[in-house]
Design a protein around this ligand. Structure first.
Ligand code: PHE
Length: 337
């Protein structure tokens, strides 16, 4: 039996055959099981001898089967390893890398500069009530200055905000007369403008507001000078020109020295050496009052800038529409900035 089994085992070709032979020789219906089952009929002297022989045969067959099984397993593992092999020397597939949009980048930069001066960032709704966008900013219904900002009205009382200044009013309301207020408010604003290289019906503003005791015009000027020097470089100068906004008095328009020509005069600054970037002023007493701050005790300043314009001047971008048309060739230029 042993020889027969070993002979058959020596010529197995597959794992299936091996497992068939295991059943044939060692299984419940196999010859060995039969022999062991028949042991009861043997005499007490024969039993240990036959048992010994049967066990030896069983062990011998088991040994061979196990060896073969191990060999099959090894082969299979190697096959799998070979199939799953990764060639680490192959060149990688390039993945598309996104970039932070230049507008987001500039907003972040402006926020960093002002939070560095102790400001916090506040936000407000893009769909705004007439009261916050105009009335509480000292622009009553029939005020001619409303024409300065052609608006998208949704109903008579609700519109797309034309400026981020309503966040001033909302903040004053929320703070209920407490000082200091020191915020900047970035966000989208909307105006009924025909789009061209320098106009867009939607653009981004950042409004700033400071209210406290003894806030002066010189604080405004110092703050803005600090800002433009961090934004455009230490050599940058500013110039304030008298202007008008209904919610500030006095009001100024703020120019920066042209970074392109250093004030010599070039195309960017139309040969003047200066570029207008901001509107600003001392918060109008009526606005303070409507916001719940006694103008005899508190003063404040506010400023507002168009982020696209700041970004265009910083990076030499010649058309505001580039920001919104999602041309990858434009966006990819900002990969390394
Ligand atoms: N909100 C003004 C505008 O959109 C800018 C501004 C803000 C001016 C704050 C003064 C103070 O034109």
């Amino acid at each position: 039996l042993k020889q027969e089994a070993l002979l058959e085992l020596s010529s197995v070709q597959s794992q299936q055959e091996l497992s068939d032979l295991r059943i044939k020789y060692l299984g419940k219906k196999g010859p060995l099981t039969e022999i062991l089952r028949g042991m009861g009929a043997l005499s007490a002297d024969e039993r240990p001898i036959i048992g010994q022989v049967a066990n030896d045969v069983r062990a011998a067959i088991e040994n061979v089967i196990e060896e073969k099984q191990a060999a099959y397993q090894k082969e299979e593992t190697e096959k799998r390893l070979r199939a799953e092999m990764i060639d680490v020397t192959l060149p990688g597939r390039p993945s598309q890398q996104g970039v932070v949009h230049p507008l987001s980048k500039v907003i972040q930069e402006i926020e960093d500069i002002f939070t560095g001066m102790g400001y916090t960032v506040a936000e407000g709704p893009e769909i705004e009530q007439d009261y916050y966008n105009f009335e509480a900013l000292n622009l009553p219904k029939d005020h001619p200055a409303r024409d300065m900002q052609d608006s998208f009205y949704i109903t008579e009382e609700i519109l797309m905000r034309t400026q981020t200044s309503p966040v001033q009013v909302r903040t004053m309301e929320k703070r209920k007369g407490e000082v200091p207020i020191k915020i900047i408010c970035p966000g989208k604003v909307f105006r009924r403008d025909d789009d061209d290289a320098t106009h867009s019906h939607m653009f981004t503003q950042i409004e700033g507001l400071v209210i406290d005791r003894n806030v002066r015009m010189s604080d405004l000027k110092g703050t803005l000078l600090q800002f433009v020097q961090e934004m455009y470089g230490k050599q940058t100068r500013i110039r304030l020109r008298p202007s008008f906004f209904p919610f500030t008095e006095p009001s100024v328009e703020v120019d920066v020295s042209c970074a392109m020509c250093g004030g010599e005069g070039c195309r960017t600054c139309k040969q003047t050496g200066w570029l207008e970037i901001l509107g600003a002023g001392m918060v109008h007493p009526r606005v303070l009052e409507m916001g719940g701050y006694d103008p005899k005790e508190y003063t404040g300043f506010a400023f507002g800038m168009g982020v696209e314009r700041i970004a265009m001047l910083k990076y030499g971008i010649d058309d505001i529409r580039h920001f919104y048309t999602n041309d990858l060739r434009f966006l990819k230029q900002f990969l390394h900035l």
